[in-house]
Design a binder for this molecule. Structure first.
Ligand code: HPA
Length: 272
């Protein structure tokens, strides 16, 4: 079965259950899932019920697709994402983005929990993603290209839409929310990184590091979507002052950032 046929099968299963066509997609990262509860009249569809969707193995990720209204717009939220470290191919990891696109979205908003590399950042900061570095050693577009889904060689000069970055910064100012800016680097995981790796990542221009998002953004750009991205800075990855990572604390910090992220995302969606 081709990728296109898989997308069509998923959409055919979803459409009859939905009462609206989503315009905006939202990917909710680790500890950042509460935005899903703010979606009104949400139809919730567990990933297991969607043809060709992989199923999530991480218990911090619920694994359901929600369609409903947020800030007056029809949205589809992907609550629970798939990671390369779970053993999925990047084609599987990005399949939900393909499906959201086929359902009708024009804009994708992505979020994640990330380690801060920029020494000016503090855990609990919210970062607007301005660009990324794909350090996964893989790419979801490897393989035959279906020209009906996107171009063979997608341009990556502006993966995070400039106008949406400006909108997010304007809203952050209006709301009095501190928003730092930076480059997100994606590693395959599942190990956290060594001091030497953090030092290297900082040297090559990264401000934050995590294990997700970049594959989804590559596919979103391939599919012609506008993209807006945020990282919750959940820990400080400073090579010369590194403390052992505590996953529970990362999740707690992401939970603490979530209300600010939700506020900005909702106000952005309102003005799209
Ligand atoms: N690396 C380091 N710190 C992190 C990560 C990561 O991938 N994700 C969240 N905090």
């Amino acid at each position: 079965m081709t990728l296109r046929e898989q997308i069509e099968a998923a959409v055919a299963a979803l459409r009859p259950r939905l009462d609206m066509q989503p315009a905006v997609g939202v990917v909710l990262g680790t500890g950042l899932g509460s935005l899903a509860d703010r979606i009104e009249n949400a139809i919730r569809i567990p990933y297991e019920q969607i043809p060709h969707f992989p199923t999530s193995t991480v218990d911090t990720h619920a694994g359901e697709l929600l369609v409903g209204s947020l800030a007056g717009k029809a949205v589809v939220a992907l609550s629970g994402r798939f990671h390369a470290y779970e053993g999925y191919t990047l084609q599987q990891v990005t399949f939900p983005i393909r499906v959201a696109r086929a359902l009708g979205i024009h804009t994708l908003i992505v979020s994640n929990a990330a380690g801060g590399l920029n020494p000016q950042f503090r855990s609990g900061d919210l970062m607007l993603i301005t660009d990324h570095i794909n350090f996964m050693g893989d790419n979801p577009l490897i393989g035959p290209n279906d020209d009906s889904l996107g171009p063979r060689f997608p341009d990556m000069s502006e993966p995070y839409t400039r106008d949406l970055q400006d909108l997010a910064e304007t809203i952050a100012l209006e709301e009095g929310i501190k928003l730092v800016r930076g480059v997100y680097l994606a590693c395959p995981g599942p190990c956290l990184e060594t001091r030497a790796e953090y030092r290297f990542m900082r040297t090559i221009g990264a401000d934050a590091v995590g294990m997700s998002t970049v594959p989804e953004v590559i596919v979103a750009v391939h599919a012609g979507l506008k993209v807006l991205g945020f990282s919750a800075i959940t820990d400080e990855c400073f090579p010369d002052a590194l403390a052992p990572v505590d996953i529970q604390r990362i999740i707690a910090t992401a939970n603490a950032v979530e209300p600010r992220l939700s506020r900005i995302v909702q106000r952005c969606i309102e003005r799209l």
